[in-house]
Design a protein around this ligand. Sequence first.
Ligand code: C2O
Ligand code: CU
Ligand code: CU
Length: 527
Amino acid sequence: MINAPEPSGQPGAFAKLSRRDVLKLAGSAATLAVGAAAIGVGGRALAGGVVEPLNVKPTPGLLRFRLTATPAFVQMRPGAMTAVWRFRYRLLEGDGSYLTPGPGFMGPTIRVPRGTRVICDYSNNLSEISNVHWHGLDIPADQDGHPKDFVEPGGTRRYDFVVDQPAGTCWYHPHPDMRTGPQVYMGLAGLFIVTDKEEAKSRLPQRELALVLQDRQFGAGNGLVYGDPSGVVGMLGNVVQVNGEQLPTLALAAGPVRLRLLNASNSRIYKLALSDGTPLTVVGTDNAVLPTAVNRGYLMLSPGERADVWLDLSARANSEVLTLRSLSFNPFMMGSSSLVNGAAFDVCRFQTSTAPTTPAAAPGALVPFEAYTLAGASNAANPRLYPIGRDTTTNPDLCQPCWTLNGVLYTLTGLESNETVPADTLEVLQVDNPANGPVMPHPIHFHGRAFQVLSRARVTGNSSTQTSYNGVKDGFVDSGWKDTVLVWPGERVQVLMKWTTHRGLFVYHCHNLEHEDMGMMRNLLVV
Ligand code: C2O
Ligand code: CU
Ligand code: CU
């Protein structure tokens, strides 16, 4: 896939760049991804997403750049080019390592040390309203991309904020009311990576590879098909892409690598596992590094969630192939795609490109972590309740009936009495996903600060929800920071949230983007 730096002086034109098929790093031992010729038949190059650590500037500074959401055509698969929407960009001020081509045809990867001020001059070249939300960043409300802060077609605005939070994997995407799903699906998303000194002191690998998972559906002439025929499950494509490519093979040299996984799919949930049963070593969840690495036989990754995984193929023979798969599970509502939610499929392949050597020791303890306690919550005995439900007054334009959060559908500035929350105060929140009637899992996301999962319990449901739950429960990683948490049918999830110090209007919502668009979103006023 090609990336899209803005062509100089031609705001309307689209740059046709040559394919970045070979990533040349200093010395072959440091080579992370190499071209197809070097790794044999089936090997595919991966453009973007690979970082040479020596180029990364460790001290905070200023990043100023232009970001334009615009229609474009990309060569997504053989044959006709595909009409997409994408972010073009240009660095205006700051270190070159702060803004680099994104994986596939995604927006640029922003990578800044903690303390960096980010100024983004955004233009909306689409024919509908849009904006940018910085998912996982704890920044002022008026910079967060609230749906009310949309930019008209042809309009511009400036985002200006300081990144002051621990290292981790965030991302950005549009957030207009009722149109987030189609805009992300059409290609508007990018990675926003924060680095810091704690992370640099840890034993995390310096080399890394971003893997952005999205599913799409192609129609005649390679056009993208968008829609949810069921109206309740969400958009499910039958082609799963990693960084814009279907089932790529990624060459990895000896030595550990940090995979930064992002589920940027609209509604597909992944149950990730390695083909030979090697556990996944998880070193980060959502927007932060874990206190200690944990191993999982499989890893659940729902829309909006990120996971950083340590992978070391050193012991494997040259050219050995390991497949990252999504295993089957039962999400109850599977959709009508030919690749249903919960189906098994291969995601991508890793191929060793060097002779076997001794792998590095597992990473163990990583960064300092302050665990919240229930006793420390100001409402310990009285959790704030934000249940998942369904709106029975039919709204045929959207859904029949619609999924809800906190009992009501979204309106741009509507607030229930329990949605005004105290800044910088630790509270316990409870999200129940009832298991009666039509049920499905929902990934619940809060803007503002990240939270910690206090507990998961099954409080409703029958033996079939129990069986389904048994097939996924060992794939949750709840030992660090989260900004999105998957709540299974029958589950009660309690989280400890210290509300952001930034006062103003934020949102929380289901990150199944069609659910978000149909109103499964609510405002939060931080006072
Ligand atoms: Cu990634 Cu409000 O969302
Ligand atoms: Cu967000
Ligand atoms: Cu949902």
